[in-house]
Design a protein around this ligand. Sequence first.
Ligand code: UTP
Length: 289
Amino acid sequence: MKIRKVVIPVAGWGTRSLPATKNVPKEMLPVYKKPTVQYVVEEAMQTGITDVVFVNNQNKRIIEDHFDYNLALEAVLERMGNKEMLQEVRKVAQMVNIITVRQKEQLGLGHAVLCAKEVIKDEPFAVMVGDDLLFDHEPGIKQLMEVALTENMPVVGVVDVPREKVSRYGILQAEEFAPDMYRVRGMMEKPRPEDAPSTLAMVGRYVLTPEIFTHLENLAPGKGGEIQLTDALQLLAKENRLLAVKLKGRRFDTGDWVDYLSANIYFALQDKALRSELIENLRSLLPAS
Ligand code: UTP
C-alpha cells in the first residue's frame, strides 16, 4: 500500500516565536529564501505523497495561498522577462494537491489531527509538524514509511537528545529490536532529566493508521485542556501497536530561535553567491578572542 496523504497541522498560535508571529504564521517565517512550511511540503513530495491536508485556522490562509498560483505576480515576472523566478514561483503551486480543513478551536495537536479524519478515511497517512526540518539524508518521513509499510504498524520518528534537554520533548520508553528501530512501550511528556525513561525524543514525523482517530475521539482533554497526540500514541503503545525509528540527518527545530537562525545560516552557506561575504560578515560579528 502507498501513503498518499500527509496531514500538516498549522493552526497553532506559535507563541514561542512571538512577536514575529503576531500576524505572520510561524510556518511562513522564511528559512533562507523559502517559508519553513515549503521545506516540509518538499520533504513530503520527495516521498511520493501527492495530497497535503493542512489543518488550519481562519487567520492563516496565507499558508494555502503560498501553494496556489499568484497570477498577478506571474504576469509581472513575465513582463520583466524574469523567467527563472517565474518558474520558481509557479513550481510551488504545482507541487501537490492542497486540501484544507479547519480547526475551529485550537484544542491541541491531537485535536488538529482528528480534524483531518474525514479526508483521510481508511488509509495509512503521514503527519508532519512544520517546526522540525530534516536534511542531509533521505527524507525523514520516507525513513518512517518504509518501516510502517513492512511492519504494518504506526511509526513515530525520534532523535537522541542530550539528557538536559529531555524536558522539551515527548520521551519514549522503548526497546530496540533492530538497529535504530524500537518497539514503543510507553512515553512521558516533557519529563525532568532524572525521570526520563530514555533520551529518545519524538520529533514531528509520524506515519499513522486510522486507528489513531478512535483513540483521539475517546480521549479526555489532557495537559493544558488540550487533546494531545501523545496521549493517543500512548494508548497505541499499550496495545503494542507502535514502533519508533531513529531519524538520520541534520535537524533544526525552527520554533527554537538558535536552531531557526542556524538553519538560515546553514542554507545561506550553501549558496555560492552568498557564502564568502556571509562568512566574512559572521567573522566580523564575533568578538575578538
Ligand atoms: P506546537 O505546540 O509546537 O505549536 O504544535 P504552536 O502552538 O503553534 O506553538 P507554540 O508552542 O505556541 O510556539 C505543533 C504543531 O501543531 C499545530 C501547530 O501549528 C504546530 O505546527 N497545532 C497545535 C495545531 O494545528 N492546532 C493546535 O491546536 C495546536
